[in-house]
Design a protein around this ligand. Structure first.
Ligand SMILES: Cc1cc2nc3c(=O)[nH]c(=O)nc-3n(C[C@H](O)[C@H](O)[C@H](O)COP(=O)(O)O)c2cc1C
Length: 195
């Protein structure tokens, strides 16, 4: 092989490898299943996003993961988990918008609702579940009679916008991390087995 051809082939090979690595890093491939599962969430700083990824881990990777910021079309899915983080007792504006326009499309497919909240670092009780899920998220999503879960989340000062940071520090709220991967995985498994 001529020297120039050898160099060209090498460069093309390396580019293809780089592209492949990039694609692998960007895509999450679920395992095959006869049922189409999806997990959808609304988040500010990412704790619900982690729940969104860990719930399908408990289902051996058969659920696809979606963030409402991407305005996903979930019409091809049969079973959907819906969850959101909470600030000031509410979810993100985008989540509220998404539900307003997609509630009818998701009707009959939502198998479970979950909330990620701080609860001022206290263990949550039935009253938090009632306030944040039964009386809020379930109504926003137009869903009733499905299993509900409340996860404790986290606060990372470096991820907060200046106003939120000021508010948290004004409340003497320290940084914390109470979201547990094993709890999220157990929830995914529980719902999968119940359907
Ligand atoms: C500005 C602000 C307001 C919050 N308001 C509430 C609240 O009303 N109730 C609650 O239980 N937790 C509240 N939290 C805690 C969040 O729900 C918790 O940090 C959650 O993990 C954030 O989720 P995210 O990382 O997905 O955005 C608040 C946190 C911040 C920063």
């Amino acid at each position: 092989m001529k020297k120039i051809t050898f160099i060209k082939t090498g460069v093309l090979g390396l580019s293809a490898l780089a592209l492949h690595r990039k694609a692998s890093a960007l895509y999450y491939y679920p395992n095959e299943s006869d049922k189409k599962w999806a997990v959808l969430c609304g988040t500010w700083c990412g704790s619900s996003r982690d729940a969104l990824v860990w719930i399908p881990e408990g289902m051996d990777g058969i659920a696809n993961v979606f963030d409402v910021r991407k305005n996903p079309n979930l019409t091809g899915y049969d079973h959907i988990f819906v969850g959101t983080s909470i600030r000031g007792g509410q979810t993100t504006e985008l989540f509220q918008e998404y539900m307003k326009y997609n509630q009818v499309r998701l009707m009959g497919k939502v198998r479970s609702l979950f909330v990620v909240c701080g609860n001022r670092i206290h263990p949550p009780g039935p009253e938090q579940k009632t306030a944040l899920i039964d009386k809020y998220l379930a109504q926003l999503c137009g869903v009733s009679g499905v299993p509900l879960k409340l996860f404790l989340g986290r606060i990372t000062y470096g991820l907060l916008d200046p106003d939120s940071l000021k508010m948290m520090q004004g409340m003497n709220m320290p940084e914390y991390d109470n979201l547990k991967r094993e709890e999220c995985m157990a929830f995914g498994k529980e719902i999968l087995e119940s359907v």
